[in-house]
Write a protein that binds this ligand. Sequence first.
Ligand SMILES: [Zn+2]
Length: 256
Amino acid sequence: MTFFCNRTWNEARAALDRGAVMILPVGSTEAHGPHLPLATDVVISEEMSARATVKLSNRGIESYVLPPICYSVTEFSADFSGTISIRKETATALLRDICVSLYGQGARLVAISNSHLEPGHIDSINSAIADVQKATGRTVVFPDKRQRRWARQLTEEFRRGDCHAGCYETSLVMAARPDLVRERLRQSLEPVPISIAAKIREGARSFNEAGGVQAYFGDPRAASPEEGETTYEILSDMIVTAVLEGLIATASRGPA
Ligand SMILES: [Zn+2]
């Protein structure tokens, strides 16, 4: 029931009129080690969005998960087959157009639920939000999990920055879609204790340059569905909090 694209157009109209909140999962099509699928970020973003809709519903707020963004700026993993990167301008325009379309139909609030952390990709989201603001005067909510406010609640590996297809992301896929994890391979992988975040700050432009020659960082072998469950609790709370704050801000500025 929470997937917006499973509604008919009349049902969509009624939901928009009731003031439903729209959550846009944003991921990528990108190499995530030998053990996780290209769709890893999409799986994680959709799952945290779906869980957020349940929590919002418990608070009496109707919300829907929009069809996800599966293509983004993914230059760091361009050396690995299957990764599909789009230009920053394309990514910005796509996000902008989706949000402008929804606000044009009277949407109460659009929230972005993102799992892909490449700096160029985050830039494309922030540019899109600025463009939506310019075009409509409306705000798109975007909790950025790299911000201290959210990051301090996440796992140690995430905070260290070895967080591409390592324990953090592998646990999240194991909790949501265990059928997509190459389990024997996962158990055979040696840890790659390199902070991709630090390497990026030092100037690395690809996973290979950063030392992630199999497109993963961190410790996939240490992952567990239990850790994934705990992290989804935090990530869905993050979306809920951002939506609630967005709704308060929207209410205080008066009707659109
Ligand atoms: Zn990822």
